[in-house]
Design a protein around this ligand. Structure first.
Ligand code: 6PG
Length: 243
């Protein structure tokens, strides 16, 4: 597993390290830089830090934004991943609409929405179908993007899925394992003591949790930034081995 672990002291330090990683990748890229963002609470701090503290370090005219997953909610719904990305990063940076590609998971037929978004992703990442950077979180159950445990592997690059979260936002669009495996770089942000047991399982045991499948399938570089609480179940030697 070609994974590099960067320990962070706390959520703020995680956000700062993630922003530095983003800037390094964006500035190293020549031409267009295509990034796929995730939802959830962990990326929020990263977005805010990137927008407020690091924005002058990136030529944003070259950066194009996708989402690695989206709930079947309108963009104005605070529970949509687009809304969070818009409020914490895209609007503060003044990113033009032409550089933002929202999965229209609220458009009615989710299968058609998945096909339409796959066409956008494929066109933007032609010919390899590889985004330059995908930013992911991990749920307590080991899910990532909207790839959940026990679900069949969807085909293509973007799929319509039903999460079993029991929330209003169960219907979703998500990058598939194939799309995630192709990403040139992957940045995974994990924070909090409730993730510690699952992170240890993902990093030290075999298995078929979505995050384990994603890591096994990786061809490009993969970095996990995890804070002290999320690393609490790993031995110091195990952390050193993964650095
Ligand atoms: C979503 C996210 C999801 C998220 C994880 C971790 O749409 O819910 O894309 O995959 O990354 O659930 O979320 P937290 O960072 O809030 O723990």
């Amino acid at each position: 597993m070609n994974v590099r672990l960067i320990p962070a002291d706390n959520p703020d330090d995680l956000a700062a390290k993630a922003a530095a990683h983003f800037v390094a990748k964006a500035t190293a890229a020549s031409g267009r830089f295509v990034v796929a963002l995730s939802g959830g609470s962990t990326p929020r701090l990263f977005h805010t830090f990137l927008a407020e503290e690091r924005s002058e370090h990136v030529d944003w005219s070259r950066v194009h934004f996708l989402l690695s997953d989206e709930r079947a909610l309108p963009p104005s719904d605070p529970n949509s991943n687009f809304f969070m990305a818009q409020e914490t990063l895209l609007k503060p940076l003044g990113i033009p609409r032409a550089q933002i590609y929202r999965p229209e998971a609220d458009a009615g037929d989710l299968g058609i929405a998945a096909s339409l978004y796959e066409t956008i992703v494929a066109g933007l990442t032609s010919p390899a179908g590889a985004v330059d950077l995908v930013v992911l979180g991990m749920g307590d159950d080991g899910h990532t993007a909207s790839l959940f445990p026990g679900e069949a592997e969807p085909g293509g690059l973007v799929a319509a899925v039903s999460a079993s979260t029991g929330t209003v936002a169960d219907r979703r669009l998500t990058f598939t394992y194939e799309a995630l495996s192709r990403a040139r770089s992957m940045l995974i942000l994990i924070s909090g003591r409730k993730k510690a047991a699952r992170l240890k399982q993902v990093l030290t045991e075999g298995g078929d949790l979505p995050m384990q499948r994603v890591l096994r399938g990786r061809k490009g570089d993969t970095t996990i930034i995890a804070d002290r609480d999320a690393l609490a179940e790993l031995e110091p030697a195990q952390i050193e081995e993964l650095k």
